[in-house]
Design a protein around this ligand. Structure first.
Ligand SMILES: Nc1ncnc2c1ncn2[C@@H]1O[C@H](COP(=O)(O)OP(=O)(O)OP(=O)(O)O)[C@@H](O)[C@H]1O
Ligand SMILES: [Mg+2]
Length: 184
């Protein structure tokens, strides 16, 4: 948002930390957005038609009979100064792009932060690609230095949830490990 754009998409492959980053940005924006920071979790939204309705529900905008929910939503947001985080949007990109387009045109003090594996592709979108955590080179000579890499630190932190014993250093010195099978 420091890019000057009111529509920012955090893009990158699965698990790289897009949602985590968006939540961090949202937390830091809490003091600045007078009408609030709103988190819309899109992962469980199966149908594109439900995107605007889901956003409206989170923003507590009531549907009006005989009127498109997107129109009602845009009117209700009006000139409110808010940040809406649309998290995990990749499976409903078209509907999110349409909503973003309408909000950027009509709600001039609204900010949208989208996380998605792919960008929306709309005009005015600023795409921030999350860089991967630093990892060790394939030919790292000293396994003891593994723990210095961010990716290894994260793996080491989380691995115990899936495996009882994990260590970033070999449990036995290389000289005492059995030789690999001949075909390797
Ligand atoms: N830089 C990081 N430091 C610490 N933890 C991280 C970092 N990046 C990702 N994680 C952790 O990795 C996991 C996946 O992160 P996250 O859900 O943010 O990824 P994502 O890019 O949104 O994935 P998806 O595309 O599946 O939605 C989370 O548990 C998150 O806390
Ligand atoms: Mg995510």
């Amino acid at each position: 948002m420091s890019s000057g754009s009111r529509l920012v998409t955090i893009a990158g492959p699965g698990g790289i930390g897009k949602s985590r980053l968006a939540l961090q940005v949202a937390a830091e924006a809490l003091d600045g957005a007078g009408d609030g920071v709103w988190l819309v979790e899109l992962a469980p939204v199966a149908e594109p038609e439900l995107v605007a309705r889901t956003v409206a529900a989170v923003l507590q905008v009531r549907e009006e009979p005989g009127r498109l929910i997107l129109d009602t939503l845009v009117d209700a947001v009006g000139d409110r100064h808010l940040l809406v985080v649309l998290d995990n949007a990749e499976h409903v990109l078209g509907a999110v792009a349409k909503l973003a387009d309408a909000m950027m045109r009509c709600c001039l003090r609204a900010y949208l932060l989208v996380t998605s594996r792919e960008p929306l592709g709309t005009s005015g979108e600023h795409v921030f690609r999350v860089p991967p955590l630093a990892g060790p080179p394939a030919d790292l000579a000293a396994p003891g230095r593994l723990a210095a890499f961010e990716s290894v630190q994260l793996f080491t932190e989380r691995a115990p949830a899936g495996a009882r014993t994990w260590s970033a250093t070999p449990s036995r010195p290389a000289s005492k490990r059995p030789p690999p099978p001949a075909e390797c």
